[in-house]
Design a protein. Structure first.
Length: 486
């Protein structure tokens, strides 16, 4: 079955691995993204050039903002970018579509050009300039925005990187010469230009590869969470004793007696707002530990490959060998429950639970289970939509076949603190909003304590296991091969 890049384009997995590219799924985005710090910190000259080009573009935008108000047309051309969906990276649970960089990001970037980016190229504290600075001072600008912006600014490189591999390893019948917008920026003419490339092409669009050594997962190395979490270490790294004393005094005066974690975080946030130079010391602190960024990103990318490529491939192989899986076609509820039960069977077998384990430890993320479930629909013509929201909040999946046949599927971890609330109220609300009475709740548990919690909750609510409530046992302690988890 065709799921990954190597499947669709008939390329040996080893060849793609030797090239250093990530083997994307062409059914769903996989949850990794580009971290610009990995370009900055790399020893590869081409990565250094790419990072310099990002800073050059930001400097250009800053200089343009100094010249006076920017027209609406130029704001759209210079600041607004579509998501580069062709690289199949990100957090979309169905397909590869995303919102891209809209007006909120453009406004945040434009508003901060004359403040946090005013010293681009002439930093006194940090070793270099960093786009990620924007996410430290502006709410709503996170890893997705930073990655999308970076991807847009290096799209020409990604096209060349993909073209080189395609011409060497892919049958010409799978390659098409295509024009790609925003491939390069002309600083003299002040406009983005298109360029033609020979790229892998399927289902009416081209596909881009990304080098694994610029990818990460969860957070960019420079992020808002760490500036709060590492506050004391950052403060200790400030060489100016007087400034350090002022900041520490202000910080201590903000902390109430018997503080909770939230109180400490709020105090650190207020300190950052009062002493914005702390941001530069934080970035320098992260620059000095850049090797950790590389090691952590490598680990996270390998984890993603293990769960969403290696383990899912095994799942798909088992599904393909199930001779009855596609023989009978039922309604959407029957189709959905069949896949849920197949997942349950695989996970509860002697080694199927390893799908959710990396280096012997469980990876407890609901979105992992959701994405793996989505991949079991690769051979279906049903409409599979994720996070359907009809005004009452999003449901994980809605499986539809016309207007009169739809089923909702919700996945929860037993460790979820709102599990009881969801089982008691939420799904019924979703059913009413989506005009269906068919829904399946799936709960995944990893320990005896979690199982006991689930049993207690469903007993309190008067619920029972059955077609509409499925428990999946992902414990390693009760499996014959548990001692061999890798």
């Amino acid at each position: 079955m065709n799921v990954y890049f190597t499947d669709y384009f008939r390329v040996p997995v080893e060849a793609l691995g030797e090239y250093g590219a990530f083997n994307v799924s062409l059914i769903n985005d996989l949850p990794v993204f580009i971290d610009p710090f990995l370009l900055f910190n790399s020893d590869k000259p081409e990565y250094g050039v790419l990072h310099d080009s990002i800073i050059k573009y930001l400097t250009f935008l800053r200089d343009m903002s100094y010249e006076g108000p920017i027209s609406t047309g130029l704001l759209r051309h210079w600041f607004l970018f579509p998501e580069v969906k062709q690289n199949w990276l990100g957090y979309s649970k169905v397909g590869n579509g995303g919102a891209g960089l809209g007006r909120d990001f453009a406004a945040a970037l434009n508003d901060n050009l004359s403040s946090i980016f005013k010293n681009f190229g002439s930093e006194q504290i940090t070793k270099g300039s960093h786009l990620e600075k924007l996410c430290l001072v502006k709410d709503g600008v996170g890893k997705d925005s930073i990655s999308d912006f970076t991807t847009n600014l290096i799209k020409g490189y990604l096209c060349e990187y993909t073209q080189e591999f395609a011409l060497s390893h892919i049958n010409p019948s799978f390659i098409k010469r295509v024009g790609v917008g925003h491939a390069s920026f002309d600083f003299i003419m002040r406009r983005w230009n298109s360029k033609f490339y020979n790229l892998p092409y399927i289902d009416g669009d081209f596909v881009l590869l990304s080098p694994k050594d610029i990818l990460t997962k969860d957070e960019t190395w420079i992020n808002k969470h760490d500036i709060i979490g590492d506050f004391n270490d950052i403060l200790a790294a400030i060489p100016n004793e007087e400034l350090r004393g002022q900041i520490n005094d202000f910080y201590l005066r903000l902390i109430p007696a018997n503080p909770k974690r939230r109180d400490l975080d709020d105090a650190a946030s207020r300190v950052v707002r009062k002493y914005p130079e702390l941001i530069d010391y934080y970035i320098r602190y992260k620059e000095d530990s850049g090797e950790q960024a590389v090691a952590l990103s490598n680990q996270k990318v390998k984890e993603t490959e293990t769960i969403f490529i290696d383990h899912v491939r095994r799942l798909i192989d088992q599904l393909k060998t199930s001779s009855e899986f596609y023989c009978e076609r039922g309604n959407t509820f029957e189709e959905a429950i069949k896949r849920v039960h197949f997942l349950k069977q695989v996970i509860e077998s002697n080694d199927g639970y390893r799908i959710f384990y990396v280096d012997g430890k469980p990876v407890k993320r609901e979105q992992d289970l959701q994405l793996i479930f989505r991949l079991t629909w690769y051979a279906s013509t049903d409409d599979v939509n994720a996070e359907v929201n009809n005004g009452r909040g999003p449901v994980d999946y809605k499986i539809s076949r016309g207007a009169d046949d739809s089923t909702l599927v919700e996945f929860k971890l037993a460790s979820n603190s709102k599990l009881k609330q969801n089982l008691e109220n939420q799904v019924a609300v979703y059913e009413a909003a989506n005009k269906t009475k068919k829904s399946i709740k799936v709960i995944l548990f990893f320990s005896d304590a979690e199982l006991a919690k689930v049993i207690r909750i469903i007993s309190d609510l008067g619920l029972k296991e059955g077609p509409e409530l499925v428990l999946i046992d992902a414990r390693s302690t009760n499996k014959a091969s548990a001692s061999n988890v890798k």
